[in-house]
Design a protein around this ligand. Structure first.
Ligand SMILES: *[C@@H]1O[C@H](CO)[C@@H](O)[C@H](O)[C@H]1NC(C)=O
Ligand SMILES: *[C@@H]1O[C@H](CO)[C@@H](O)[C@H](O)[C@H]1NC(C)=O
Ligand SMILES: *[C@@H]1O[C@H](CO)[C@@H](O)[C@H](O)[C@H]1NC(C)=O
Length: 196
């Protein structure tokens, strides 16, 4: 029976066609979202010579939900949240370090300062997200700038005594760079309609 044989051939054909379409569609979406991160990071690195393009792409791609962001405004929020989580992790790390009772008093007092700086920074990051959501970009800019300053202040504390090595150099540098990414995005959104 001819009609039957043609329909049994038709089903696999239809299925493979469907598979082909759905695979290419999901690839297309991922590519477009990845390209939002790349485009944004390219602009960030251009506007701030201290900001590494690779650090920016790696950080944003690893951030939860960043692949679902389909515009710069969403990516900005994701970047500030990423900064906030990073601050929280670093503060826990400082707390761990402070449990070592045999630490040199100078280093201990620096770490105490850094603990306070990071504690404030966590609150400031929460404020930065609120300001950002409410489109108070100037305020959000000020919030994130102060987080950036906190990282510098923390790191500089260790430099006041010769021969002391900061145990927080990488953390402070991460905080600095993540802040720079957020600032850069906030400023892009502030200066245009957020299109990229
Ligand atoms: C870039 O880094 C240099 C040297 O570390 C520093 O002096 C300068 O203030 C930084 N610029 C910005 C925009 O952060
Ligand atoms: C902070 O962010 C950087 C860059 O994404 C990452 O490499 C680092 O592991 C994070 N650190 C913490 C403590 O979350
Ligand atoms: C990617 O961006 C599109 C819009 O450009 C969005 O619909 C989609 O949910 C995003 N996420 C993924 C995983 O493709």
């Amino acid at each position: 029976m001819r009609p039957r044989s043609s329909s049994s051939l038709g089903i696999p054909l239809f299925l493979s066609f469907f598979l082909l379409i759905s695979t290419s569609t999901s690839h297309g979406l991922t590519a477009s979202n990845t390209s939002l991160i790349r485009k944004t990071c390219k602009k960030c690195a251009q506007s701030d010579p201290n900001l590494s393009y690779n650090f920016c792409v790696t950080s944003l791609q690893a951030a939860p939900n960043s692949h679902c962001a389909d515009n710069l405004r969403q990516l900005g929020k994701i970047s500030i949240k990423l900064l906030g989580r990073n601050l929280t992790n670093s503060r826990s790390y400082i707390k761990e370090l402070l449990k070592n009772k045999r630490m040199e008093p100078f280093v201990r007092s620096c770490l105490h300062d850094c603990f306070d700086l990071y504690s404030d920074a966590i609150l400031t990051a929460k404020q930065a997200i609120q300001d950002y959501k409410a489109k108070r970009y100037d305020d959000s800019n000020i919030d994130v700038s102060s987080i950036m300053d906190a990282a510098t202040t923390c790191e500089d504390g260790f430099k006041e005594k010769e021969g002391v090595v900061s145990p927080l150099t990488k953390r402070n540098s991460d905080t600095f760079q993540l802040s720079a990414i957020s600032l850069s995005i906030i400023n892009m959104i502030r200066s245009n309609d957020g299109s990229i």
